[in-house]
Design a protein around this ligand. Structure first.
Ligand code: GRF
Length: 217
């Protein structure tokens, strides 16, 4: 059983997609051992308690310094026994000590096709506003491993989504969530739980499932 901590800040629809995928068997051998939010009003916390998952809120405001908050965050994740950390709309910067403690064991969902519309300042609706302003025809979502940079780690999965000329940022955000984020985040967790991911520098190879015959290329 792969213990997983899910870090959230808001509505938690991606958390819900993970909970649903565990329930209906699209994710197996995985248990959410902790949902942690930096925002005590996040609806994601309610989703966690409805699903009977331990939930915790730790806000930077509750600590004297960022360093103390970072330490508390790391300790909470470690106490949960997590082997994988999933950032599902978590709006705090992941401290370097967390990246060091979980090398290639932290994944993030980003609502664009990285390397477009990513990095510092690209979060929430800002990502979709920038995509519409640039006039791209295709956007989408990316699941990537977290390294010391912002949205710079190895890319695990991406899914493209059509952009319509009539789209508002909110409409595009919702389509990307429905058609991409809620699908590829559970898929990524299932791949990791079943040790089907090989990382070499920034290149990721997805290994065949144990019951898939290997075919020479
Ligand atoms: C998602 O769009 C995700 O890609 C981004 O933050 C949003 C979180 O939404 N990182 P939710 O809280 O999962 O509903």
């Amino acid at each position: 059983m792969m213990k997983t901590a899910v870090l959230v800040s808001g509505g938690g629809t991606n958390l819900q997609a993970i909970i649903d995928a565990i329930r209906d068997g699209r994710i197996t051998d995985t248990e959410i051992s902790l949902v942690l939010s930096n925002n005590k009003h996040a609806y994601a916390l309610e989703r966690a308690s409805k699903a009977g998952i331990p939930a915790l809120s730790i806000s930077p405001k509750d600590y004297g310094s960022r360093e103390q908050f970072n330490q508390a965050l790391l300790e909470a994740v470690q106490r949960s026994g997590a082997q994988l950390v999933v950032l599902a709309g978590f709006l705090c910067t992941i401290p370097p000590q967390m990246v060091e403690a979980y090398p290639n064991r932290i994944i993030n969902i980003h609502p664009s096709l990285i390397p477009s519309f990513c990095g510092t300042g690209f979060y929430g609706l800002k990502v979709h506003e920038a995509a519409l302003e640039r006039g791209v025809r295709i956007s989408g979502a990316t699941v990537h491993f977290v390294d010391a940079g912002t949205d710079t780690g190895p890319i695990l999965l991406q899914k493209a989504v059509e952009v319509r000329s009539s789209d508002t940022p909110k409409e595009l955000q919702l389509r990307i969530m429905q058609q991409a984020e809620w699908k590829i985040l559970p898929e990524a967790i299932q791949l990791i739980a079943h040790e089907r991911v090989h990382i070499d520098g920034r290149c990721v190879t997805i290994l065949p499932a144990a019951d898939e015959a290997w075919q020479p290329s």
